[in-house]
Design a protein around this ligand. Structure first.
Ligand code: 5AD
Ligand code: SF4
Length: 491
């Protein structure tokens, strides 16, 4: 009997990968994915705990399912991922109609737990040990890296995939819940990673993004041999079929020279580094326990610029952290002006229970001040992104074509929603011809939108840029003179 599964995912790329794998696992057990919770036999929320807002949204979504559960008590509702580990049985207290709570270190258990619930086994809770809940080794072992066999059909894109190279985090930045909910830092054996990437490439995947909370701290020791991220990049670049390698998220102190040189020398490696700085004030960085100063971040940034000219560096910032003065904030603005990041993700500080900052410092910046600082920093960053995208106009860049643009996808959904596609409606499927709006990325991770043919998805293409805003470059596929004729490449 086919059972229907609906899954909603919030949070980072790690969660997107976890959801992909959970869906693949359940599909092997006969589940079919649906895109609405209404008809689903199993509804899963893969959750994030980094900010309070993300958790509140999940409780609201659960609230909206209360009546459906009353009408159909056989419907199984599960909360999985970071919030499950963070709130544990308290999820049942706030939403008693939830059946399943499973932390990120226990995802492999989901199919069996769901079967047990369906057989009348009652509510199920599976989480890892707290970080102080046992011997170091036992805590680490209670967080299992979840990397079962992948299912090609379940990847959001045939040409792109995430590959986890490590789990957890040991940095303990004072504001951050991640070390609590994702457990101790543990690197996966390189052989496993390479084998997974090779299988993906054999299935037609072109781009692999390596994932880790502090991905550049990757280190795997096997007897005499130590493998670091730089070694891994060299190994992965040997895989035939892969055309692009990326990795996120990097920690500033671990941006070693061997890694920067690997990014420069490994031809398939994207010249893109996401290295969150968080604040431009040394006082704030100290309270955040980031373990570097602005001067040290600048030194690292200079090394990136010197080693990989033209590389795109992006950052995260938290505004309104405990005790952040206007002067501290202005130092962050000045740092953004100086570093000229390709883009920055900016967040208002959100106190998280169980973190050092929440224990030690009052959340003393009013929300309207946080909001104003957020908007001000964003405006500065957007202006810089705009300015730095302008020189691309007139240039020809090589892009990896990722798929239909947001606009083309909306158009397609609309056409499907109507059931009767209008005559001439554009589709992203191979059986439909004609130009559609596609999106790709440059080697320095800039998004390029252009009109192309669905057949071009997954290819490397030269595109000439004719316009640019803060977030997007607009291009045209390069045409080449072949003899007397004008031929458009690959269309
Ligand atoms: N409040 C606001 N932002 C946070 N981040 C992490 N913890 C918090 C918090 N408590 C941000 C950091 C991190 C990004 C993923 O989320 O900037 O780099
Ligand atoms: Fe959180 Fe800091 Fe670890 Fe990043 S490095 S996941 S911000 S504790």
């Amino acid at each position: 009997m086919t059972r229907k599964l609906y899954i909603e995912t919030v949070g980072c790329q790690m969660n997107m990968l976890d959801s992909e794998l959970v869906v693949a696992d359940l599909r092997r057990r006969g589940y079919e994915l649906v895109d609405e919770p209404g008809p689903a036999d199993l509804v899963l929320f893969n959750t994030c705990s980094v900010r309070a807002h993300a958790e509140e949204k999940i409780y609201s979504a659960l609230g909206r399912l209360k009546n459906a559960k009353q009408r159909n008590p056989d419907k199984i509702i599960g909360v999985i991922g970071c919030m499950a580990q963070n709130h544990q049985k308290n999820v049942f207290t706030r939403a008693p109609y939830v059946d399943l709570v499973v932390g990120p270190g226990q995802l492999h258990q989901i199919p069996n737990l769901v079967d047990e619930i369906a057989a009348g086994g009652g509510q199920k809770l599976e989480v890892s040990l707290d970080r102080t809940g046992g011997a170091k080794r036992d805590v680490a072992e209670s967080f299992e890296s979840y990397d079962p066999l992948r299912d090609e059909a379940m990847r959001p894109s045939r040409y792109q995939a995430f590959v986890r190279i490590m789990i957890g985090c040991d940095k303990f930045c004072t504001y951050c819940i991640v070390p609590k909910v994702r457990g101790p830092e543990q690197s996966r054996p390189p052989e496993q990673i390479v084998a997974e990437a090779r299988k993906l490439a054999d299935e037609g995947c072109r781009e692999v993004t390596l994932l880790g909370q502090t991905v550049n701290s990757y280190k795997y020791e096997n007897g005499e041999r130590t493998t670091r991220l730089s070694d891994l990049l060299h190994q992965l670049s040997e895989i035939e079929g892969l055309t692009r390698l990326k990795f996120v998220t990097s920690f500033p102190n671990d941006m070693t020279q061997d890694l920067l040189e690997a990014v420069r020398d490994v031809k398939k490696c994207s010249h893109y580094l996401h290295v969150p700085c968080q604040s431009g004030s040394n006082e704030v960085l100290k309270r955040m326990k980031r373990n570097y100063t602005v001067e040290q971040y600048r030194e690292m940034h200079d090394r990136i610029r010197a080693t990989i000219p033209g590389a795109a560096v992006t950052s995260d910032f938290i505004v309104g952290f405990c005790g952040e003065t206007e002067e501290d904030f202005q130092k962050t603005v000045a740092l953004v002006e100086e570093m000229r990041f390709k883009n920055s993700f900016i967040f208002k500080y959100s106190p998280r229970e169980g973190t050092k900052a929440d224990d030690l410092y009052p959340d003393d910046i009013p929300d309207d001040v946080k909001k104003r600082r957020n908007n001000e920093l964003l405006a500065v960053q957007n202006r810089i992104s705009y300015e730095d995208n302008q020189p691309f106009i007139g240039r020809t860049v090589e892009i990896l074509v990722e798929g239909p643009s947001e606009r083309a996808r909306r158009h397609e959904e609309h056409a499907h929603g109507d059931d009767q596609p209008e005559a001439g409606a554009e589709h992203a499927h191979g059986d439909v011809h004609g130009p559609i709006q596609l999106v790709g990325r440059t080697n320095c991770d800039r998004i390029v939108v252009f009109d192309g043919n669905p057949r071009q998805i997954g290819q490397m293409l030269p595109v000439t840029i004719y316009d640019a805003n803060s977030f997007t470059l607009f291009g045209e596929v390069v045409t080449q003179h072949v003899g007397p004729q004008l031929v458009t490449i690959s269309i």
